[in-house]
Design a protein around this ligand. Structure first.
Ligand code: GMT
Length: 380
């Protein structure tokens, strides 16, 4: 198949999922075209069948807001025509589904019949889709897509509650993980750079937005480890970083917290962790938790959104209500002090990643879904 994939290039789960799906499809022989406004951070260039097309957004004095959505629609149209795309897979409803729809409309009658599939990743529904002005356009993007997928069952239910679009129109296809790259025991030499040999490592990876509740990460860690040799490793960057630095200083735990900033090869760091901690307000899925699980690391996370579908409470980790600092601290403390329980949960986490979320198992699911949509009449 000839497949176009539209995504955000920035650090965030949707870009990772889109890029890794594109790479895996190219690897299995499809011709894949990634369309974005910058090279996505996990994009591996120089691969046969995998091309990157940049959306050029031109500034012009008349445009106070350069029309990215239109530049994207134009780029999609060009790529679809030049390479005869069968499928356009938009990751994120706004504006990607809308630009995809516009491109498909423009292509109508030019001999190219491209099918539009939209994958919903969560924030397109929970945050953007909830803003009054974006609601009708999100609904429109979903309704006019030939196929719509959701990364978790919880997100699908949420969409059905807010958007009248028909349950049969949305397929749940969970995110996958490359279990060859994300695996226990990788890159052991990195550990010495993160912590002393007798220190336990609690790791958090995110884009430090409020929805990730990074302050809760610090507060719960501080509460849990007052008399425990442990280090908090926080990876990523984002709007809350300044506040986190300040909080770490206020709590007097600077010596036990590493704020690493952005680190792309995250599969090198995750296996060094004793616990992974993600106390988000909401996660439609929680890809970083799955990546930690694939590395054999137990996860302490919140019990909202799609997280309980990924992390089984008491088996591969422990879940608590968002904001329950005492609950999170209790789990961190008890697991850091119980090597056997941590080992058991880590093994269960790896097993879950292998049995339910392995890239090789989910790639054929995507291929079958594309085939199904190709066989159906266009929705627009
Ligand atoms: O969570 C973020 O800040 C990024 C966001 C995105 O759109 O890239 O992630 C969403 O999509 C990921 C991949 O499907 C999911 O693993 C994340 O849970 C989801 N984030 C939220 O729902 C807050």
């Amino acid at each position: 198949m000839k497949i176009g994939i539209v995504c955000y290039p920035t650090h965030g789960g949707s870009g990772v999922v889109a890029t890794e799906l594109g790479s895996a499809l190219a690897e299995s022989g499809h011709s894949v075209h990634i369309i974005s406004y910058a090279i996505p951070f996990r994009f591996e260039s120089f691969r046969r069948n995998l091309k990157y097309h940049e959306v050029e957004v031109t500034a012009y004095p008349l445009f106070r807001y350069p029309p990215y959505d239109l530049a994207l629609a134009g780029t999609i149209m060009e790529v679809a025509q030049q390479y005869g795309l069968d499928i356009l897979h938009a990751h994120y409803a706004i504006p990607h589904a809308i630009s995809g729809h516009l491109a498909r409309e423009m292509l109508n009658g030019v001999g190219t019949n491209v099918k539009l599939i939209t994958t919903l990743h969560g924030t397109d529904i929970t945050i953007i889709g909830q803003q009054r002005i974006f609601q009708p356009i999100t609904r429109f993007g979903i309704r006019t897509s030939d196929g719509v997928t959701s990364v978790s069952a919880e997100l699908k239910d949420r969409v059905l509650q807010t958007i009248d679009c028909g349950a049969q129109h949305i397929e749940v296809i969970p995110n996958f993980v490359d279990t060859e790259r994300f695996k226990p025991g990788c890159c052991k030499e990195k550990r010495a750079h993160l912590a002393a040999p007798d220190e336990k490592i609690v790791m958090h990876v995110s884009n430090f937005r409020e929805v990730k509740r990074p302050r809760d990460v610090v507060n719960a860690f501080a509460q849990a480890t007052r008399d425990v040799r442990a280090r908090l490793v926080m990876v990523g960057d984002g709007p809350e970083v300044g506040a986190i630095r300040e909080l770490v200083r206020k709590l007097g735990i600077e010596e036990r917290v590493n704020l690493l900033g952005t680190y792309d090869a995250i599969w090198e760091l995750l296996p060094q962790a004793d616990l992974f901690f993600l106390p988000s307000e909401y996660e439609s899925f929680g890809l970083s938790a799955l990546e930690a699980m694939a590395c054999g690391v137990p996860v302490i996370a919140s019990n909202t959104g799609g997280l309980p579908e990924v992390v089984q409470d008491g088996v591969s980790g422990r879940l608590h209500t968002p904001g329950d600092i005492a609950g999170f601290a209790g789990s961190i403390r008890s697991l850091l002090g119980d090597d056997a329980a941590r080992e058991r949960m880590g093994a269960a986490a790896r097993e879950r990643a292998l049995t339910t979320y392995r890239q090789e198992a989910l790639l054929p699911v995507w291929e079958a879904y594309y085939e199904k949509i190709l066989a159906e009449p266009t929705r627009a």
